[in-house]
Design a protein around this ligand. Sequence first.
Ligand SMILES: [Zn+2]
Length: 254
Amino acid sequence: MICRDQAIVLKTQDFRETSKIAVFYSKKFGRISGLFKGIRTDPRKFASGLTFLSVNEIIFYKKRLSDMHLVSQCDLRKDFDYLRSDMLKFSIASFCAELVYSVMPSEDAHPEVYELLLNLLDSLDRAGSPRKLLYNFSLKILSLSGFKPHLESCVICASPIKGQAYFSNRFGGLLCQRCRYKDSESDDILTGTIATILFLQKSDWQQSLRLNISPSIERQLSEILFSFLNFHLERKFKSLKMLNELLDHKIKMC
Ligand SMILES: [Zn+2]
């Protein structure tokens, strides 16, 4: 089947002497892998250099019994030049791309994930506070991929939270005071942090950008978010080392 789609480059690797494999997040097909035959001996064969996170229009032959598809045409539609000059923005975009790669299954279409990644790449260019985009993106991709932390009520007894709440990685959400004993590793969470996470989960991309986050809430949000990612994804993020070298307070992941 011949398919055409818009797709963002998540990673590339050389294949044999002459070819490359690219992993894309595409609008209609989700995460897909494409083989670019002969691109290394004849780079002009395709109208795209497959730059990391560039947006391309691709035409490929979709095989039924393989998840590696043969790309016949690839035209560059948008390149994000700022990623080559701003290390912090590049690191945030790299982390988000790695997150998409790890939480989204292969060939499972989610056009909203494609839009989310595109929104991130567009907004990072103009962002005065790129860290906020990192939290916003991470919470939204968790919701879209089925890893959404539950903060509406106690995750055990479902009662509304009154008084102090605790965040449990193990149970994936809030515990009330009565249920806290079920996870001794759960931590206090501020009401403002709960409200911020709920807002970022529910609002659309543009609304989320207008939210101001105080430094104390930002610190707790960052700790909770990344310890949650670490607990559930059990993956070492290659992009995290560089990102942490550029952030004022570090992201703690094993
Ligand atoms: Zn409870």
